[in-house]
Design a protein around this ligand. Structure first.
Ligand code: F0G
Length: 458
């Protein structure tokens, strides 16, 4: 039955506010047309990110009360470790306060200046941490993964020929680690197949290079494998996850996604020498190895969340809800990235607003319109985030894609909220010709989208 209703009922509610269009216009003015500057209380449906925005279950909240806040050897750490070993297998586990901290620890101990790090597509913080350690991030996703119209089932796959070419060109000594992001967030939340993971594993073994997964959305990836890779049609999600991680030497994880918690992450591996180095650095920057950057109660919530996220009814609902939003939008003629990925629907702003040149930030203009007309907060992934002003020529350089990401928090919004979003965006699409382009008033030299201020082009 293709009817993935919410497999939970609601016990606690958090009111959200419907604002007037006038109030939202005022907020946008104050915010310099940048939705990062708008107080969350003034947002009706917040689709800025799926990270740290999940609703926890009664079981997780009960776990918080079982927090053992001992400095060393908290009982929650042992439960956390047991839960991770059960699914991921890795023997050495380092808790961190979130994903980027795990990335930083790992790269600090494995990378040296001039190294190269292949990945399907690096997420921003992964890319920044690779660069910060003097190495060069290289994105090797299959070509289909970059085409917004291509309906390939595993658009997150790594291009194996490109990977082998890179290793042969640079030499294995220059490539201390191979990464693979499941699902591939920067490519639209697209999954990676087990077949592809096996191939990457073989290449990694052949050249004796450690292979790590960026596992933030591992359970969503496993659900796609079950759905789309015939060999796994009858395999349980936990068994698919165990198979997936059996090919890796370790992983980084932001538990703020598929850990179903509001804060937390970890770094895991088998290599004890590597573990020792990372754990020593952990003590310096995060905390003692049995709590990392977290409270005992946070570790407990993660231990429980990682088990809950494997529930197939939950995943069918989760993937189904995101897909349903994509379907409603598509049926109204709204241009979206296809196929719909695991955690978000991406609007194709160049096709949505064909009258706006890229120099007028169409994806940001659409993001502003979503808030102004409907109180929906999304995130721009286009010229504002990735464009750059060339310091020598003063010319702007723009990315290929102009997208608006509608990231769906886990277990937070109902299907009626999704209908509201689809309906509002369809209305905005009908009046798209009235949406004006934007120009920059202020930009920071780095990661400018967070703090930029803009105005409408008159
Ligand atoms: N890797 C991936 C694939 C991510 O999507 C994120 C975060 C991180 C690493 C870093 O984890 O935030 O816990 O430090 N993605 C969020 C997003 C921020 O909105 O997509 P973190």
């Amino acid at each position: 039955m293709d009817f993935p209703a919410e497999p939970f009922r609601i016990k606690v509610i958090e009111p959200i506010k419907k604002t007037t269009r006038e109030q939202r216009i005022q907020q946008l003015e104050k915010a310099g047309l940048n939705v990062f500057n708008i107080p969350a209380e003034m947002v009706f449906i917040d689709l800025l990110t799926d990270s740290g925005t999940s609703a926890m279950s009664d079981n997780q909240w009960a776990g918080l009360m079982m927090g053992d806040e001992s400095y060393a050897g908290s009982k929650n750490y042992y439960h956390f470790e047991e839960s991770i070993r059960d699914i991921f297998g890795f023997s050495c586990i380092i808790p961190t306060h979130q994903g980027r901290s795990a990335e930083n620890l790992l790269f600090s101990v494995v990378l040296k200046k001039g190294d190269f790090v292949p990945n399907n597509i690096h997420f921003d913080t992964t890319r920044a941490n690779v660069l910060h350690n003097g190495a060069v991030p290289v994105d090797l996703v299959i070509d289909e993964g970059l085409d917004p119209h291509c309906e390939h089932p595993f658009k997150g796959n790594m291009d194996i020929a490109k990977l082998e070419r890179l290793i042969e060109e640079k030499g294995a000594g220059q490539i201390p680690i191979i990464l693979l992001t499941v699902t591939n967030n920067s490519g639209g939340g697209q999954p990676v197949s087990i077949e592809n993971i096996r191939q990457v594993h073989r290449v990694a073994r052949k050249f004796k290079i450690p292979f790590f997964l960026d596992a933030c959305r591992f359970a969503e990836n496993c659900f796609f494998i079950k759905e789309r890779e015939p060999e796994f049609a009858k395999t349980s999600i936990v068994e698919i996850a165990r198979e997936m991680f059996s090919y890796a030497d370790g992983c980084t994880m932001s538990a703020k996604k598929d850990g179903l918690v509001n804060i937390g992450g970890f770094l895991a591996m088998y290599d004890t020498a590597l573990y020792e180095k990372a754990a020593n650095l952990l003590i310096l920057v995060e905390g003692f190895p049995t709590y990392g950057g977290l409270a005992g109660r946070d570790l407990e919530a993660i231990a429980r969340g990682l088990q809950e996220v494997l529930d197939e009814d939950y995943l069918a609902f989760r993937i189904g809800q995101v897909r349903h939003l994509g379907k409603m939008l598509s049926e109204s003629g709204v241009p979206i990235l296809k196929p719909v990925g695991g955690h978000a629907v991406y609007l194709n702003a160049r096709e949505f607003l064909p009258h706006l040149p890229q120099s007028q930030f169409p994806a940001q203009a659409l993001t502003v319109a979503l808030y102004r007309e409907a109180g929906i907060r999304a995130v721009e992934i286009g010229g504002l985030m990735f464009g750059m002003t060339d310091s020598e020529t003063g010319q702007e350089r723009y990315p290929e894609l102009e997208l608006v990401r509608l990231a769906i928090p886990r277990r937070v919004y109902t299907s009626m909220h999704m209908q509201y979003v689809a309906h509002a965006i369809a209305q905005i699409h009908k009046q798209r010709d009235s949406i004006k382009g934007l120009r920059l008033l202020y930009q920071a030299p780095l990661l400018r989208h967070f703090t930029a201020r803009l105005a409408e082009v008159s």
